[in-house]
Design a protein around this ligand. Structure first.
Ligand SMILES: NC(=O)c1ccc[n+]([C@@H]2O[C@H](COP(=O)([O-])OP(=O)(O)OC[C@H]3O[C@@H](n4cnc5c(N)ncnc54)[C@H](O)[C@@H]3O)[C@@H](O)[C@H]2O)c1
Length: 453
């Protein structure tokens, strides 16, 4: 039995019927995965948000990965991770420079430091013979990205880039349907990334990525995933790119009358402001991981208020001196005249990527929850929902399960010394980064850029 779509028949063995023309699907077991004789050992460099996600995998699957070293300057984070992973004192370091002075003592390093601190630890770790799980963006410039690629080749090492969406069952199915010709030849793609207004304020106005020069432009910092997914599903090289976008709202001239430098300084409009730090962190207690709260929850109100008075997270969103665009559109022409338009928007009440793929024999509409596939010939509609058991197991890791499914493949790749087990190798990932660099150049120069891979 099978579900027919375009030129494709999808075996219903892999599908569970959950409604009229609606199926949930399971990801097949990767036949290249093997049982590990011992866990892959790893050092976390940068134990913030992302370091915790990857460390969480080691805790959940100790037979696959063991964290044996750490480099993290914030004492509270360093201590928490060291206890969590039982890291001996001699393998605990404050910085990447220090941990990489010690002779190699693990199979791999996980580089989850800030954007502008990927290149140097990555180059040094490659020199030392480590395999690397490298957070995106690879590095802030094309030259640095290419240096890492060249050194990885020279040293014959694995560099997995954390383009986690490639591992999310939702995007895996999207890619698979297109590859199987379910909608014929892809003609064009529309992809939308709604950031959600308070997420924008948290990360790209107040937070670590508010200054593009100290980190990376938002098209890389936030949207390199999206350029990568667009390129991945189209599966052709990008040829031309044109981008527009600006910082329109989070600027000093839009600061309401009566507002103050910090929300805690008697701001007259704080109660009406959608971006009030007091509402976000103190009242709703959302996004507080960045505030490094103590284990003792009774102290949280006092500590949160102190952080709002002393860190960027309590500052007025209109007075941050931030420069990341809050709306950004990118048009891309790929080989064979396939086109894509991508839109990143701060001002939405929701998040979750939306994609429409237009093919010669059908189309796909997806919202990260389900993929709706229409067949022009039969006029039949089939809906795919990625709610299989294996997704459930990984779903708490974020990015539709992609975070931990990436680590699962990385562990296999390192253990078997086979980079082909990863879909986001450095070679693959560099192409979408170059699209990001070109988009930013286009946005700034207002010119159509030719993309040379
Ligand atoms: N793949 C994804 O979906 C995804 C999502 C969010 C962030 N990221 C990327 O992951 C990286 C980390 O982001 P994050 O949100 O975890 O940031 P974070 O600020 O929470 O973590 C970074 C950590 O690096 C530490 N650090 C700073 N200097 C260091 C040094 N010299 N040596 C060792 N550690 C040092 C910081 O103290 C911090 O704890 C960034 O490049 C970011 O763009 C990727």
């Amino acid at each position: 039995m099978g579900v027919s779509l375009g030129a494709t028949v999808i075996s219903t063995d892999a599908l569970a019927k959950i409604g009229e023309n609606k199926y949930s699907y399971s990801m097949p077991v990767n036949p290249s995965h093997t049982n590990l004789s011992k866990p892959v050992t790893a050092i976390i460099i940068g134990a913030g948000n992302r370091g915790s996600v990857y460390g969480g995998y080691a805790q959940k699957f100790p037979d696959q990965m063991k964290v044996v070293g750490i480099a993290e300057p914030i004492a509270l984070r360093n201590e928490r991770h060291s206890v969590r992973h039982n890291i001996p004192a001699e393998n605990r370091f404050a910085t990447w420079e220090e941990v990489l002075k010690k002779p190699k003592f693990a199979d791999a390093v996980i580089i989850s430091t800030p954007d502008n601190m990927h290149y140097e630890p990555c180059m040094k770790a490659l020199e030392m013979g480590y395999d690397i799980l490298l957070e995106k963006p690879i590095a802030p410039t094309e030259r640095e990205c290419r240096d890492i690629l060249a050194l990885a080749k020279k040293k014959n090492r694995i560099v997995g880039v954390c383009h986690v969406l490639r591992y999310a069952p939702y995007f895996v199915k999207m890619k698979e349907l297109i590859a199987q010709n379910a909608i014929g030849e892809v003609i064009s793609v529309q992809h939308f990334e709604p950031i959600e207004h308070t997420h924008m304020a948290h990360s790209y106005v107040r937070g670590n990525w508010h200054n593009s020069k100290n980190t990376t432009p938002i098209i890389l910092a936030k949207s390199c995933h999206d350029l990568d997914i667009i390129k991945w599903v189209i599966n052709k090289p990008a040829k031309e790119i044109f981008a527009m976008g600006d910082l329109k709202w989070f600027k000093r001239e839009n600061a309401p009358e009566g507002s103050t430098a910090r929300c805690t300084e008697g701001c007259k409009v704080e109660r009406q402001c959608p971006y009030s730090a007091i509402k976000e962190y103190y009242e709703r207690r959302t996004r507080t991981a960045v505030l490094d709260l103590p284990d003792d929850k009774t102290r949280h109100p006092e500590v949160i208020m102190e952080r709002l008075k002393t860190t960027n997270y309590g500052r007025c969103v209109y007075r941050m001196g931030n420069d990341q665009p809050d709306h950004y559109i990118t048009n891309i022409r790929f080989a064979d005249d396939v086109t894509a338009s991508f839109s990143m928007e701060a001002f939405t009440s929701y998040h979750g990527r939306r994609t429409r793929i237009m093919g010669s024999l059908g189309d796909i509409v997806g919202d990260m929850e389900e993929l709706v596939v229409n067949d022009f010939k039969t006029r039949k509609q089939v809906v795919f929902v990625p709610k299989a058991e294996d997704v459930e197991e990984y779903k708490n890791s974020g990015h539709g399960g992609g975070d931990w499914l990436l680590v699962k493949d990385f562990v296999q790749a390192v253990s078997q010394q086979n980079p082909a087990l990863l879909t986001s190798t450095i070679d693959e990932s560099i192409e979408s980064h170059i699209m990001g660099f070109m988009a930013e150049e286009s946005r700034k120069s207002r010119k159509v850029m030719t993309v040379n891979m």
